[in-house]
Design a protein around this ligand. Sequence first.
Ligand SMILES: Nc1ncnc2c1ncn2[C@@H]1O[C@H](COP(=O)(O)OP(=O)(O)OP(=O)(O)O)[C@@H](O)[C@H]1O
Length: 228
Amino acid sequence: MSLITAQNMHKTYQMGEVQIQALQNASFSIEPGKFVSFIGPSGSGKTTLLNLIGCLDQPTQGQLTVDGQNVLTLNTTQRARFRGEHLGFIFQDFNLIPVLTVYENAEYPLIMVKRVPQPQRREKVLALLEAVGMLDQRAKFPSQISGGQKQRLAVARALTTDPKLVLADEPTANLDHASAYKVIDLMQTLSHERGMTFVFSTHDLKIVDHADVIYTLEDGKIVDQKTP
Ligand SMILES: Nc1ncnc2c1ncn2[C@@H]1O[C@H](COP(=O)(O)OP(=O)(O)OP(=O)(O)O)[C@@H](O)[C@H]1O
């Protein structure tokens, strides 16, 4: 069964008198365990689409099922719970909490969302920090680590709750080449080892090279689908 199924999704933003058709008639399905990339020029609708899949926003029209759940029937509280239990997010500006250490940032979703007891939390967080090569940085604060390290921490944090689906909006946008490659490699390895599905928006051809499926967006429409 597909992990994500979207049918004829539209998203219109109302800006005063003006309507912006950010997404038009988007239909696609994404299989579990895949590394999927949405590419397209600035303003083509990539972030809009990721926000819909991530249940951060709702389409104006259409159908969307994520992990067997018709997410459009959920209210705001149910959507928040669904996100916490099923989804992981990696953003281009990392969204780390500056007053928490590396360890505490990675631990945070386990306290807030899953209420996992302390000994299990510790075991899980240490294993993930090790997997992303950040164990020796665990006592530092975000301001004391590099961009690539912040993004690796963001990857670890997104995975602590064992999400089936990880959504990443331009995850390498703020990274130099070497760090971007490391982060992509890491995400791909984790995806293959853990059977997680990764869905990206990106301009970055380095990520696109690694994708199992590539969708191209133009002016809010999916104009191409490739499986390299
Ligand atoms: N909250 C909003 N209110 C009004 N218009 C919006 C809003 N968010 C996005 N848009 C518009 O919707 C269209 C699609 O934007 P979106 O951010 O999804 O594109 P994108 O492909 O992610 O672009 P980029 O690569 O620059 O991040 C654009 O015309 C944008 O200006």
